[in-house]
Design a protein around this ligand. Structure first.
Ligand SMILES: CC(C)(COP(=O)(O)OP(=O)(O)OC[C@H]1O[C@@H](n2cnc3c(N)ncnc32)[C@H](O)[C@@H]1OP(=O)(O)O)[C@@H](O)C(=O)NCCC(=O)NCCS
Length: 144
């Protein structure tokens, strides 16, 4: 089997949502994951969406974004039929390359503490957990 990473555009919107849905990742289709919001996000030079393809079929996805200090790897997902083959690492690598080239020094990811496959995957890619930090947010709506 041959796999290929591609940088995505808004044309890939439906496939991105298909992979997220098949992967069980919750989305905010009326908010930050709407076509309009993702299209705007993709226009920003500090954001890149990457897809992992087997032939022409998207089987994985992930987002890299540079906040001016740190780089973030977000919403990595591999469809359930392809898990356990270290394919997420290909997406993480693509995100890291983009983030280092953007100027990031530290690269971060947020992982829910029951998500053992994701923690294993990021551990295998060289990440370590900093458990004393708690994720705090401020949202204007439930769709954000
Ligand atoms: C997290 C995720 C992206 C990892 O993708 P992957 O390509 O399967 O990653 P890996 O092959 O490196 O496997 C990671 C871990 O998944 C587990 N795993 C292995 N085979 C598996 C399978 N067939 N099905 C499910 N999990 C499996 C193992 O714990 C493995 O760790 P190990 O290699 O140290 O044993 C994938 O499980 C996924 O899409 N999960 C749902 C979405 C999600 O939670 N994303 C992360 C948000 S932070």
């Amino acid at each position: 089997m041959s796999f290929e990473i591609r940088k995505l555009t808004i044309v890939d919107f439906d496939d991105i949502h298909r992979v997220w849905a098949d992967s069980g990742l919750p989305t905010k289709p009326n908010g930050r994951d709407s076509r309009e919001m993702i299209a705007k996000e993709m226009q920003k030079p500090v954001v890149a969406y990457f897809g992992l393809y087997e032939n022409d079929n998207m089987i994985g996805v992930g987002i890299a974004n540079f906040d001016g200090r740190r780089g973030w790897v977000n919403r990595v997902a591999i469809d359930p039929d392809h898990r356990g083959n270290k394919l997420a690492a290909m997406i993480i690598n693509a995100c890291e390359k983009f983030l280092y080239e953007s100027g990031a020094v530290v690269i971060c990811a947020l992982i829910e503490d029951e998500n053992t496959p994701s923690m294993a995957c990021f551990t295998n890619s060289g990440y370590t957990a900093e458990k004393e930090i708690i994720y705090w947010t401020k949202r204007r709506s439930k769709e954000d």
